[in-house]
Design a binder for this molecule. Structure first.
Ligand code: RAM
Length: 350
């Protein structure tokens, strides 16, 4: 309990966007039960992140809230304590009874949320995913941070360069069910099929569940089980920061290289020290912001989520819905490379 309270407090202090742990940011409880847009005439837009305690998630929710307020709506920010589908399903059910106008979810599982999200859509609620997708039947559109193929391949190219094209590597991921990480890891494996990586061996994919302590212990376990390990790829901001700390504490800088997807504010010290020579990410605030504008366009009926739909996304300008398999998505941009030359600047931004 103490830990949960601490997590809540640090979340509130860090982002000032959550009104309570796993709770809505709507401070007036009287508004919770109101039907749809009846609450003060404002439409209500909910976002559910994977779990609490992740500064990346706080940034994403912050961007969502900004967009919703710019469009005249009211944002409800939620995240369960644990990154499970069950906890998200419970939150979706609550939001359906509260008759919100839209639900944007960063999914802890591609398929498990389908019955709940289907129920939401049947009740007229606009549903979208962002960052980590639900399957195409469970959403109207997905907001994608960047091309998954590029995100996956670039991380293998990076670690290969860092370890001189030779040796054992491991992946430290988030949860085993996370749609986004699993997709990126699939692309990493495809990139590894290129004969130029014949001397690189992926020995293990470990799961830190986007929980700091578990990510630390999983990194330690990797180092113990694979004493010849040359590199770690952590395609999660929680995982890469935990790995950066472990490698630093154990004096493994230059011996085990680290790359992946990191939040500049959390990774600056490890980029500056050289524990992680470089890494990638996108602007998490913008991912949330774009989802906010897409949700607003769905609610206003400007878009239905079909290929070719166009809408204005505030400071991000004109955006278009494009195909994603048998579903659709909106793309934010390209992954960005952070290294010693630019980390000092970016660590102040997000
Ligand atoms: C973590 C989360 C998030 C992912 C980033 C890169 O914060 O898993 O979903 O997009 O890492």
């Amino acid at each position: 309990m103490k830990k949960v309270v601490t997590t809540c407090l640090s979340l509130i202090l860090a982002a000032s966007v959550l009104a309570g742990c796993g709770q809505s940011a709507t401070t007036d409880p009287g508004k919770q039960g109101d039907a749809g847009s009846a609450a003060g005439g404002k439409k209500r837009f909910a976002i559910i992140f994977k779990n609490t305690g992740n500064p990346y998630g706080e940034k994403q929710m912050e961007g969502f809230k900004t967009a919703i307020e710019e469009t005249g709506g009211e944002a409800i920010l939620k995240a369960p304590d644990q990154p499970t589908a069950e906890a998200q399903i419970q939150m979706i059910e609550e939001l359906i009874s509260q008759k919100v106008d839209a639900i944007a979810v960063v999914a802890n599982d591609p398929d498990a949320l389908q019955p709940a999200l289907k129920k939401a859509m049947d009740a007229g609620i606009k549903v979208l995913s962002l960052d980590s997708a639900v399957n195409t039947k469970s959403r109207m559109v997905h907001i994608n941070q960047a091309d998954p193929e590029r995100i996956g391949r670039v991380q293998i190219q990076a670690i290969s360069e860092m370890i001189g094209g030779k040796g054992e590597i491991a992946v430290l991921s988030a949860t085993s069910q996370a749609t986004n990480q699993n997709l990126w890891i699939d692309w990493m494996k495809k990139e590894l099929e290129d004969p130029k990586y014949k001397d690189i061996k992926l020995v293990k994919v470990a799961y830190g569940d986007d929980l700091r302590d578990k990510s630390v212990s999983e990194t330690e376990a990797l180092l113990k089980s694979y004493p010849d390990l040359k590199g770690i790829i952590a395609p999660t901001t929680v995982g890469i920061a935990a790995a950066g700390k472990v490698l630093t504490d154990k004096g493994l800088k230059g011996k085990v290289m680290l790359t992946g997807l990191g939040l500049p504010s959390e990774m600056a010290e490890y980029i500056e020290s050289g524990v992680s020579p470089w890494m990638y990410l996108w602007n998490p605030v913008d991912v949330g912001y774009l989802a906010g504008y897409a949700a607003d366009a769905l609610v206003k009926g400007t878009i239905t989520g079909k290929t070719g739909d166009k809408f204005k996304a505030g400071k991000l300008g004109d955006k278009e819905v494009i195909a994603d398999g048998d579903g659709t998505q909106v793309m934010l941009g390209d992954p960005f490379k952070f290294d010693q030359s630019n980390i000092g600047e970016w660590k102040k931004v997000y």
